[in-house]
Design a protein around this ligand. Structure first.
Ligand SMILES: Cc1cc2nc3c(=O)[nH]c(=O)nc-3n(C[C@H](O)[C@H](O)[C@H](O)COP(=O)(O)OP(=O)(O)OC[C@H]3O[C@@H](n4cnc5c(N)ncnc54)[C@H](O)[C@@H]3O)c2cc1C
Length: 430
């Protein structure tokens, strides 16, 4: 398999001027521990991942080397509680760290999100939900096993959710089925756009538990970690998309895959409860795109100042049209940052209606806004800036993919905001 090496030595890394944080810890009132975690993500992104991103994108290959570095830095366990050997980051700290990674390599940040969600959803999020004492104790035991694999062995988890039907938008039960059998389940089904396919060690599959003769119900959603090497798991189809090429989001097939009970990342009924009571769980795809928005802006400022490495030191900043475009980009970026920061800060169980509408609006703003900024960046910087030797055209393509991510696509966010703003629960015009 092809590998990509970091193109900078340790001595060279020491000489790099680190970029300013997207969210300045003082201005955004982050504590020292948060600032340190976010800072380590930013440093890794800028000094190592940025140099590898073009090759992963060009060849549409998974950023395996970045995952080894994330493990070494403790960042595979960012949201794993400290008592299990992780960094114990909360939702907000994770989200800001992911934005920093997305600034330098979109595909790494987006796939890292699938991995981290396995621990965030089973960890701090599950802690907010209702379980009886016995179920909680069993969950604690099971998640300890998953966390140990990640912290000790660098195991990577993914989150195949989409199936090509209405399930990923939350409309109907997942078509992938888990039939209860002695000691566990037999899983059958198919997942499309499964990022990390062929590269994760465990696929965190959302599926519906159906006993013989039962009807499928969303209430019976299970979240099971299927070992990638289990009998009956296969990866099919090619992967040659517009953007986010390093995510390697191919199709997964499951044919009578047996998984034991401890494969459950959440106890029975808890995923459904989370989807109802912890809606910000679906906002975690957005940090990557906040990072891409920042990257497009940073590039433009450097380019117009004649400071992009590898390009002639030609300044273009003196033209009023350039200045206006940069002003528009800066305003857009600050708008995205403001609403998004507020939304990730208030993520918790049982949000108010206003908070849920704001979460949709934050998702929409980040997903659409990142591509709007990248589009302006290309127009403003001009033809030389969109060559493949520079990162802007990759940022543009990667940012185009954000608004397609289910369950909160840009269209579905508009749909929900409009409906939920105009109708209270249970209201109709009949
Ligand atoms: C780079 C990349 C990586 C991805 N990684 C993952 C991953 O790791 N795991 C995963 O599970 N998925 C992943 N996805 C899949 C993604 O979340 C979507 O499921 C996928 O893009 C859906 O494509 P589709 O054309 O099948 O959507 P369709 O279901 O055909 O929908 C098309 C559009 O119609 C709209 N729509 C859908 N349902 C409704 C509805 N009920 N009401 C109104 N409008 C609706 C939506 O806006 C949607 O964008 C990834 C996608 C991309 C692009």
């Amino acid at each position: 398999m092809m590998t990509v090496q970091a193109n900078k030595s340790a001595a060279a890394i020491d000489k790099i001027d680190l970029d300013a944080p997207i969210f300045d810890p003082k201005a955004f009132r982050l504590n020292d521990e948060q600032a340190a975690i976010v800072g380590s993500a930013r440093q890794l992104g800028q000094t190592v991942f940025a140099g590898r991103a073009a090759a992963y994108d060009r060849d549409a290959i998974f950023p395996t080397e970045n995952y080894r570095d994330l493990h070494r830095a403790g960042l595979l366990g960012i949201a794993i509680p400290k008592k299990h050997g992780g960094l114990g980051a909360d939702y907000q700290t994770y989200a800001i760290s992911a934005a920093e990674i997305g600034r330098y390599c979109g595909a790494t940040a987006l796939t890292w999100n699938m991995h981290v969600c396995s621990t965030l959803w089973s960890g701090p999020l599950a802690d907010d939900l209702e379980m009886d004492a016995a179920t909680r104790a069993e969950h604690e035991q099971r998640r300890a096993m998953h966390y140990k694999r990640i912290v000790d062995d660098g195991a990577v988890y993914s989150q195949p959710f989409s199936e090509g039907g209405a399930a990923a938008a939350g409309g109907v039960a997942f078509g992938t089925e888990a039939k209860p059998v002695k000691g566990g389940w037999l899983v059958n089904g198919k997942k499309i756009f499964a990022s990390l396919s062929g590269h994760a060690d465990y696929y965190g599959v959302l599926c519906t538990e159906i006993a013989e003769g039962e009807k499928a119900s969303r209430r019976n959603t299970l979240y099971l970690a299927l070992p990638a090497k289990a009998d009956g798991v296969s990866v099919v189809g090619d992967w040659d998309p517009l953007g986010m090429r390093g995510t390697v989001s191919r199709t997964l097939l499951f044919k009578d895959v047996f998984v034991p009970e401890d494969a459950a990342l959440m106890p029975r009924g808890v995923y459904f409860q989370a989807a109802m009571r912890w809606p910000h769980m679906f906002l975690t795809l957005s940090p990557t795109y906040v990072g891409l928005a920042q990257a497009a802006y940073d590039f433009t400022v450097r380019y117009l100042r004649g400071e992009v490495p590898g390009t002639p030191p030609v300044k273009r900043r003196m033209y009023p049209t350039k200045q206006i475009a940069v002003a528009q980009m800066q305003i857009k970026l600050e708008q995205i940052k403001a609403i998004w920061f507020q939304a990730v800060t208030e993520a918790a169980a049982n949000p108010s209606k206003e908070q849920v509408l704001r979460a949709y609006a934050a998702q929409y703003s980040a997903m659409e806004g990142a591509n709007e900024i990248a589009t302006l960046a290309i127009r403003t910087c001009g033809g030389q800036a969109m060559l493949k030797s520079l990162p802007l055209e990759r940022i543009y393509r990667d940012s185009r993919c954000g608004s397609l991510m289910l369950p909160w696509t840009a269209e579905l966010c508009l749909d929900r905001i409009g409906r939920e703003a105009l109708y209270e629960t249970g209201e109709s015009d009949e």
